[in-house]
Design a protein around this ligand. Structure first.
Ligand code: ADP
Ligand code: MG
Length: 711
């Protein structure tokens, strides 16, 4: 049933829900879980409020209302008293409505919101409000829903969701919602049935029920995640032959001895050996290569591709962005030229004529290495004999994309796959999640790298910071200035970026400056990047689009504005853009929050170490695994709503076991053609379990493969 038919929702709100949360049906709404729960059994006195970022509730009456400010800053302010003290309640929208509703009322209300200390007193903006009813028992755990700013502005609250769900249960709109796990599994693992689970997730009756409900839903999510991963893994094992690349041939040797511009680090050598062993084995390689930014993964990739070429195969290198792909192309084609290897670039922007030429050369085998974006995955891209495919920055790609690459192999063998990432993933986790990947690590940076001198500065030091930048530019170097754009399509933030650029143009008057942001057309983005890469522009002002991979060794200073808004791992990735040449480099973290001890501590870690593993560990401790997961899960492979890969290790292990058992019992799940949309395997007689599983796999994964969203 469409949510718009639920009482209290209607056409307009349904549209907002669809746009903001992708919620269309009653079922979608039921699957939109609270992200946290708050204990609402306690009512605080205003004098007891604290600003810790969490919501608290108070009870009292509204005293008087006033409108303040003008134009866009207009707001409604009410004075609210709990009998001991007063605080302010503020609304920035719908002032008329709130005033009409509460001004004339003398009822007692429960207000639930986040207290902030402002102008010498406590304040709550847009709290949830309910009439106090002494006959009702106090609420226990209540869910907090993932509200976006837009939802909030349109008047949605957690209470809205709770009410809607209550209604769904009252009307029992549920009858047709089928169980999503086979009953054998429910029984074997002691899991709560679906209907109960959904009820307790939204409206927990007590902490234990909530716990059980969360366990069931986490299990379900991880079970299907593992099933989907292992499905590909088994499929591959069935067809596991990979080309046996047993010749270290002329091109590899010539490059290694005559062209290689530096000596490989011991770690690079070890990894190349590991890869070579895989290529010799006759089984298809699926290897994850982890190495901190600047550790020299590109060279390892190129040597691997050369091994393919020397054995009469072709190679492909796929990168997540246009810019990164074209940088890889520049590097690889220069190296390739020296040993007679033909390298070409294919992206969404490649012109038709050139594309056709590439397609032709791929088929007749005259093109040796193809570099590109996800354009490589398109159906029309066919190889004569693809031996090795390298994927850079794995987290942007999921298991399905890897499978898509496999499909470019021939009947004879599948291409070997090497995925590279700079995001450190704990080994155990990598093995569980990337069930079928072996892991190699480059744990050493090339010699002579000076650690980037990282410092924390505040607003009042701004002139000093600009002087430092100026000095570097006068010395012939280049600089990055990075702004956080949390949402790449936020118009206001874009404006503030543009204002920032204008200011910088005023300060660095005669210095050519370029800038890129996420909303730019790819062409324009590339043009601007190119200005910086070529050295024509001395300053690059950017949002986080430079996070992944660009290589401009002449850039020696990076200023990161509002550094406190970035995660540590993200800062580390950004910082990796400098310190790539022989000169001393600087990373300047600008922060507005001078007072905050938390910020100081967090950013302090950046100034103390440049070790990516230490940083990601510290990040996990301080912020929870959210950041790591955000990066990992931005791949399309998983879209977890409730389970947490780093915290739910035990459930993950169980779910994985269950998934393995399922595949043992129903080989049909993986032995059918995995790249086609062959989800409609006719249910076998008597197997209700299988049809549940197939239906659920389809619901969860079939529509998530949207190639256009990968870049
Ligand atoms: P990442 O692992 O972040 O992709 P890159 O492959 O871009 O790192 O390498 C960073 C820089 O280090 C490049 O300029 C590359 O040419 C250089 N480099 C790679 N390996 C070595 C090495 N063994 N000795 C010196 N420089 C190296
Ligand atoms: Mg790289």
């Amino acid at each position: 049933m469409d949510v718009k038919f639920l009482k209290g929702i209607g056409e307009e709100r349904a549209k907002v829900l669809a746009r903001e949360l992708d919620v269309h049906s009653v079922e979608d709404l039921l699957y939109c879980f609270p992200t946290r729960y708050l204990d609402r059994s306690k009512v605080y006195l205003i004098s007891e409020l604290v600003d810790t970022g969490t919501q608290m509730q108070v009870r009292g009456r509204f005293l008087r209302f006033a409108e303040e400010g003008e134009g866009r800053r207009k707001r409604l302010v009410a004075l609210f008293s709990d009998g001991t003290r007063t605080m302010e309640v503020v609304w920035f929208t719908n002032a008329g409505y709130f005033r009409r509703t509460y001004e004339a009322s003398s009822s007692e209300y429960i207000l639930f919101g986040r207290p902030t200390f402002y102008r010498g007193g406590w304040q709550m903006a847009h709290p949830e409000i309910e009439v106090y009813d002494p006959s009702r028992p106090p609420m226990g755990n209540v869910g907090v829903y993932p509200l976006t700013d837009t939802l909030r502005r349109k008047g949605f609250s957690s209470k809205f969701f709770r009410t809607a769900v209550e209604r769904i249960f009252e009307l029992d709109l549920f009858k047709n919602l089928p169980e999503t796990l086979p009953k054998e599994l429910l029984k074997a693992y002691g899991l709560m049935p679906l209907k109960e689970t959904l009820r307790h997730l939204h409206l927990p009756s007590d902490p234990r029920a909530l716990q059980k409900a969360r366990e069931r839903m986490k299990f379900e999510e991880l079970y299907y995640l593992e099933l989907n991963i292992l499905r590909f893994a088994r499929e591959r094992r069935e067809k596991a032959a990979g080309y046996r690349l047993n010749r270290v041939g002329e091109k590899f040797n010539r490059f290694f001895h005559d062209v290689l511009p530096f000596r490989l680090t011991e770690a690079q050598k070890r990894v190349v050996r590991e890869i070579r062993d895989d290529l010799l084995s006759g089984r298809q390689m699926n290897r994850l290569l982890q190495g901190d930014v600047g550790s020299g993964k590109t060279m390892v990739a190129f040597l691997t591709l050369l091994l393919a070429v020397d054995n009469g195969c072709q190679g492909a290198l796929m990168a997540p962005t246009e810019i990164l792909a074209s940088q890889h192309f520049d590097t690889l084609s220069a190296w390739g030229k020296a040993v007679g290897v033909n390298v070409r670039l294919l992206t969404g922007n490649t012109r038709k004529k050139e594309r056709e030429e590439i397609h032709r050369m791929l088929l007749d085998g005259s093109l040796h290495i193809l570099v590109g974006t996800h354009a490589l995955l398109e159906e029309v891209v066919r190889f004569h004999k693809l031996g090795v495919a390298v994927i850079d920055e794995q987290h942007r790609f999921g298991v399905a994309q890897r499978a898509r690459l496999w499909s470019k192999g021939s009947a004879e063998a599948l291409p070997h796959v090497l995925v590279m990432t700079a995001t450190p993933i704990p080994r155990t986790l990598a093995m569980t999640v990337y069930g079928d990947l072996e892991v190699s690590v480059i744990d050493e940076l090339p010699p002579g790298r000076k650690p980037v001198d990282t410092r924390l500065f505040y607003e009042e030091d701004r002139n000093l910071v600009y002087r430092l930048v100026m000095n570097q530019i006068r010395a012939g170097r280049q600089a990055y200035i990075v702004y956080p754009l949390i949402k790449e399509n936020d118009k206001l933030e874009l404006k503030s970026l543009e204002a920032g650029v204008e200011r910088l143009r005023g300060i660095f008057r005669d210095i050519p400056l370029c800038y890129v942001h996420g909303r730019m057309k790819p062409d324009e983005k590339d043009r601007q990047m190119q200005l910086f890469v070529s050295g024509e522009a001395r300053i690059l002002v950017a949002t986080t689009v430079i996070e992944v991979g660009v290589n401009v060794p002449n850039a020696t200073v990076m200023v990161i504005e509002n550094a406190e808004r970035f995660g540590l791992s993200q800062l580390h990735q950004l910082r990796g853009r400098v310190g790539r040449g022989a000169d001393m480099s600087y990373c300047i973290l600008m922060s507005k929050e001078k007072g905050s001890r938390e910020t100081k501590k967090r950013l302090g870690i950046m100034t103390e170490t440049t070790d990516g593993f230490l940083i990601s560990e510290a990040d996990m401790k301080l912020r929870g695994p959210g950041d790591l997961e955000g990066t990992m899960q931005s791949g399309l492979a998983f879209n977890l709503k409730i389970a947490n890969l780093t915290q739910d290790g035990q459930i993950l292990t169980l779910a994985r076991k269950a998934a393995q058992d399922t595949l043992d019992a129903f080989p049909v799940i993986y032995s059918s053609d995995m790249t086609a949309s062959s989800w409609s395997i006719p249910p076998q007689p008597g197997s209700e379990a299988l049809s549940i599983i197939l239906r659920e796999l389809h619901r969860r994964f079939a529509k998530s493969v949207d190639w256009s969203r990968i870049s």
